[in-house]
Design a protein around this ligand. Structure first.
Ligand SMILES: [Zn+2]
Length: 427
């Protein structure tokens, strides 16, 4: 690295330290759920950062935040970024790193292009997608889902949090709700922490994401009957919490049947009435199944359905399941993986192909335009935890690749094929 690059890297790390102060928790993490005070404050700070580098800040109608750099009047935009919202008591790298790496990539490129050495063919937009995490307002990836037309704006704005506050209400008076649909995309790139330990185990700097794991997300309601928790004889009980507990165990045992190939989780339980002397009458759970193999996911779904019948008999409850959200294995454009591979090689960084288990905003974007997704290592694979950590050297290596990928995209190296642009017009 030359002295100049080191100064640019130091500037990046300093901005990252500043951005991590918003919603900072005692144990080194952040709590920055979508449209919370910390999220709002951080977005204001980020707008200022973009403006101070000569970018124009704009919002679409679902509050996605864009920093626009117009290089070719009227041309579409290469959109680079991630999300700055977090889970409650989460790590400071998830999403936030990707937004800042995209911004600093854009700052470096703007400077280079101002010297006139290369001729961009597209414009460049840095994005901070609204509500990627979906912890306060479900589902996740809300902003990019609306942007890509996968979720209706009205549906997203009407989603409520636990207190009954709608997205629309939470965003009112923030100044983050625009009147348009955001810049027109021609390509996209996102960099993110891996949130797993494959890169670390392989001692590799950069993950080139080739595809997403498939996922099925269910909302499950277990219905029983409210009763006195002391007086009601055991055989008369229709205990919804007992049924839910069996389901929690069943989900875990299901994953054990497909070692390394299936991830299952129940991340939320709402118990009613959740009172000390009452047998619960209703429990609502959110269950996720994920796999890198669609056949495994299908088989797991079938096993789960038969488990429900057993639980209904065992706990004298009914189990109702709605599919709330699902996606299949979905490849990123191979030409984009090639672009990122050649960037990593040009920079002398080790790399490997990898699939993403988690959903990302780029998962949505890749269905709209050619999209590149990059990973940097997560120490011990820890994520959605205040102990999430990525080393500085990995952060700046990822930034270098991100800047080079962004440069290539803006120079037109990953132009959509004719059939892709026709498809987009038709959909
Ligand atoms: Zn994320």
């Amino acid at each position: 690295m030359d002295a100049n690059t080191s100064a640019a890297d130091a500037a990046f790390l300093a901005d990252f330290a500043t951005m991590s102060l918003f919603g900072a928790t005692g144990a080194g993490g952040v709590d920055r759920q979508a449209a919370s005070a910390a999220d709002i404050e951080q977005r204001r700070w980020f707008a200022g950062l973009l403006e101070s580098h000569g970018f124009t800040v704009e919002y679409d109608r679902i509050a996605n935040q864009f920093g626009l750099l117009e290089l070719v009047p009227g041309a579409p935009y290469v959109i680079v970024g991630s999300h700055m919202d977090s889970q409650p008591t989460a790590g400071k790298f998830d999403g936030a790193y990707g937004v800042l790496a995209a911004a600093h990539s854009a700052f470096r490129l703007k400077e280079a292009w101002e010297s006139g050495s290369e001729t961009p063919v597209y414009n460049l937009a840095v994005v901070n997608w609204f509500n990627e995490e979906g912890s306060r307002f479900a589902p996740s990836m809300m902003g990019s889902s609306v942007y890509t037309g996968k979720m209706a704006l009205e549906t997203a704005l009407a989603v409520t949090d636990h207190e009954g506050i709608t997205v629309e209400h939470a965003l009112a008076d923030t100044g983050f709700v625009g009147t348009g649909d955001g810049p027109l995309a021609i390509g996209c790139a996102e960099i993110h922490i891996e949130q797993g330990r494959l890169l670390e185990n392989a001692k590799v700097n950069i993950g080139l994401v080739t595809a997403t794991w498939a996922a099925s997300k269910y909302r499950i309601v277990v219905n029983g009957a409210q009763a006195h928790s002391g007086a009601t004889v055991m055989e008369d009980r229709q205990d919804a919490l007992f049924g839910a507990a069996l389901l929690v165990v069943a989900a875990r045992r299901l994953a054990d049947r497909f070692p390394g190939r299936l991830h299952t989780a129940i991340g939320q339980l709402d118990v009613y009435p959740n009172s000390p002397v009452v047998v619960a009458s209703q429990v609502t759970l959110l269950l996720d199944l994920r796999s890198g193999d669609e056949d495994v996911l299908r088989e797991a779904d079938e096993i789960l359905a038969s488990t429900f019948a057993e639980i209904e008999t065992d706990a004298k409850v009914t189990v109702v399941r709605d599919l709330s959200h699902s996606w299949g294995i979905n490849p990123y454009q191979p030409a984009g993986v090639d672009v990122s591979r050649s960037s990593a090689e040009a920079l002398g960084l080790s790399h490997m192909d990898i699939m993403t288990v988690a959903g990302h905003d780029s998962t949505n974007m890749k269905d709209l335009v050619p999209t590149v997704m990059l990973f940097v290592p997560s120490v011990d694979g820890i994520s959605h935890n205040e102990g999430e950590y990525t080393k500085d050297e990995d952060l700046v290596a990822g930034l270098a690749v991100m800047a080079d990928v962004t440069r290539r995209l803006v120079l037109g190296e990953l132009a959509p094929t004719t059939s892709e642009s026709e498809e987009k017009e038709l959909s």
